[in-house]
Design a binder for this molecule. Sequence first.
Ligand code: NAP
Length: 479
Amino acid sequence: MGPETEKKNTEREALTLGIIGDPIGHTLSPLMHGIFGERTGTELTYTPYHVRSAGLEEAIRGARALGIRGMNVTVPHKSAVIPYLSSVDPAAERIGAVNTLVTEENGYRGYNTDASGLKRALEAAGTVLAGAHVVILGAGGAARAAVCMCASEGAAEVLIINRTADKAKQLAAEVNAACAVTSVSAAAMEEFLDADRQNGVKYLAIQCTSVGLAPHDDASPVTDPAFFERLCFAVDLIYRPYRTAFLKRASAAGVPVLNGLSMLLYQGADAYELWNPGIRLTDEDLDAAMRALNCAVLGVRGIFLTGFMGCGKSTVAHALAKRLSWEVIDTDLLIEREAGRSIPEIFAEEGEQAFRDRESMVLARIVRERLRGDRIGTGGVVVSCGGGLPLREDNRQAMACAETGRTVWLRVKPETVAERLAGDTSRPLLAGSAEEKTARITSLMAERGPVYASCADLTVDTDGRTPEEIAEAVVEGLI
Ligand code: NAP
């Protein structure tokens, strides 16, 4: 078989996928499925198609005639497409909406992976639905999937609050009937907040309205602080912006939060496995896709954490990387690994300037390979920078020129540093007695503070905050 024939065979076997919706311009699904394909060695094309309601039936017939193996369906076609399918999965039928089409003998079979994706996202965040008290904001298509899923998973109570109260009542009645439960009911916000009716129960809130979607970043469907006091966890199905005003309010009230990106990831993963029955995506595959999704939504591929030694850069880097499914690069550790010697040894044997040269080379390489590389999946790094790294003009320029990077100064008080580094003998710049150490910290910080400030896109105070709180402040500050 010649190379020409080989190429044709590969082309014929490539998996053809697509997504239909109106609008469809900002979809992240091609990025996500491209990564799944690359990771699982599946050659595929995934194309967004702008399909208006009037052309829906024709689009489905055309897709089938063209041999498109699988489709995602998004707003506003998730329910309207059902009459044009050859069959519908029973779970999707109960929800009354599909978002994934899989080719079968006589047409497409419809599935709803929004519901299964939300379930997996909640489970991954440590939420237990069985016996939970859930409050759902909204009664549109996404809310329908969320309500059905929570009811099916055995939530003790699912309360729907919607601007149009009748739609909430109708949805509650429909889901109770379809899922054979009595746990779903509709309520007005005033009833939910009524102090006399409160029973001390904490609610999982799932925000399913379109309020707060970019560019209306400041809008929140609820503003009353009393609402957030009643929550144990808050989810927003929106992921643009990365943190909605709703989630910012919840977070400020001390409630753990989750945006809609992990639901997007898991609904995509479930769809991918339906299209590829022999393939199970691994945690590493999901992490790779999540890393890229976070880069795309934040518009950033790398975060440089700078600050004085002892400000917590490494710990915060790991907390931040965990939150974003990104990788951590610690410039000091990388230099030690590549040199095969510890930093005190490099200082002693080569001198400080040689160490600084190594630092500059490492930074330039990170910027070139991870922040500027155009291959998908190369971004997504939190760089814990050595405390002296921003002192060089070249390094500051390298960080500033990486337009996909952001520099964050983790500011800390001298007394906190002195306390944290009291027993630490590994810092060449802080050798000497306790008094000498404190004096050196104070003078070095006075010298370096203005340098850190001059190259920071964001300054975050770290004293008295946990690494997770600092990571959240970094994320919120960068969007
Ligand atoms: P939809 O069917 O159009 O429903 C919109 C809902 O928002 C309705 O309940 C509507 O209330 C409410 N709403 C709209 N404007 C409002 C306002 N100004 N004040 C109060 N309520 C308002 O939309 P959908 O398909 O359910 O999608 C909802 C959101 O979920 C979208 O932002 C979408 O991006 C997101 N979503 C995310 C994922 C994911 O994977 N993360 C998946 C699906 C959807 P009324 O009934 O009173 O009109």
